[in-house]
Design a protein. Structure first.
Length: 119
């Protein structure tokens, strides 16, 4: 995908290449499946899933990689973004950690500094 945006006096050209490896579910999909929501809104809490995966030292079963190339005013920038996927077996481990979290009187749970709600 290639975009051209007129910005300031020089055009900004952005090219994005994406690829996927492995199988499994992304953090946002896992949060949605397990009914884990942000503290302040009804969006799935993917930050919590990432924290639990780090805590359990889970290795992703795959990735979606996005390579972004920006060019403007003669300069070129490169950014690599990786979105991890986790397998069904790993999701079961994450689910056990979420179930072990205690609910406060206000209805919130907390894990490693991330406050969340259970649906």
């Amino acid at each position: 995908m290639k975009r051209k945006i007129e910005r300031y006096t020089h055009p900004l050209i952005t090219e994005v290449d994406t690829s996927e490896t492995g199988s499994g579910y992304f953090c946002e999909e896992i949060a949605e499946m397990l009914g884990v929501l942000n503290k302040t809104n009804d969006n799935p809490n993917k930050k919590l899933i990432k924290k639990i995966a780090e805590f359990l030292d889970l290795k992703p079963s795959g990735y979606r990689e996005s390579e972004v190339y920006n060019s403007s005013n003669g300069g070129i920038g490169y950014h690599l973004h990786q979105k991890p996927k986790y397998s069904v077996e790993q999701i079961e481990l994450i689910k056990r950690v979420i179930q072990a979290c205690d609910v406060s009187p206000k209805g919130y749970c907390k894990f490693e500094g991330v406050t969340f709600r259970k649906r």
